[in-house]
Design a protein around this ligand. Structure first.
Ligand code: FMN
Length: 200
């Protein structure tokens, strides 16, 4: 790939909220995920683990997410009627996205430095995947909320919070609507060059 294309893909990617119903071919998803696994990862741990929710599993997964939002008090301002409507709206959303990919990892040192390294490697994997998908006209949305740390939710989806850590849920599908790009702050505002022997 030429440098120009890579820059265009990085700068042109958008977080997609609105998807067409068409699924991404399984072979293509596997191909993109396989390329994404060339992400840097310390000691070649390849820590990424994925669960891909499709078809009927989407509603069930969505319900468990909303149960967690309620448990965590994220929807506490809603009365019973509004909560019922919100549940329906969430269900419509979860069913409107062809694939929800949950990224998780096995814990090695219970939130210590090795776990941080593995978490970082999975983040690199996810960004690789987002860019590779975008190059094929496929949209994604990286989501992460307190739910990822909700022990009941982790058990609800068949994992063990003592042994596993959730990293992100990435929505995947062909975009229906492209949001406007969001400009970034000039990077020079966040950097400093350090060349003298005084480094503080
Ligand atoms: C760790 C992480 C968590 C995110 N969580 C959410 C989320 O819960 N909901 C959402 O709409 N977008 C989420 N995003 C996407 C950002 O909102 C999005 O990347 C940002 O607004 C910039 O837009 P762009 O991706 O289109 O450039 C998340 C992104 C990251 C990296």
């Amino acid at each position: 790939m030429s440098e120009i294309n890579l820059v265009d893909i990085i700068r042109g990617r958008r977080t997609i909220l609105d998807y067409k119903p068409k699924k991404v071919e399984r072979d293509l998803l596997v191909e993109l995920l396989s390329h994404a696994s060339y992400a840097p990862n310390h000691h070649m741990k390849e820590p990424w683990k994925l669960k891909i929710y499709e078809d009927e599993a989407r509603s069930v997964f969505g319900e468990k997410v909303v149960d967690s939002y309620i448990r965590l008090g994220l929807l506490k301002t809603l009365n019973e009627e509004k909560l019922r409507k919100a549940r329906k709206a969430y269900d419509r959303f979860f069913n409107s996205v062809p694939h929800h990919i949950l990224f998780y990892m096995d814990k090695e040192d219970d939130g210590g430095y090795i776990d941080d390294e593995n978490y970082a490697a999975i983040c690199a994997f996810i960004q690789n995947f987002q860019l590779l998908a975008w190059e094929k006209g496929i949209g994604t949305m990286w989501t992460a909320k307190e739910t990822l740390r909700d022990e009941v939710f982790i058990r609800d989806i068949g994992l063990n919070p003592h042994n596993q850590r959730l990293v992100a849920v990435v929505q995947v599908g062909y975009p229906n609507k492209l949001p406007k790009g969001k400009e970034r702050t000039p990077i020079t505002e966040s950097m400093e060059w350090i060349q003298t022997s005084t480094i503080r």
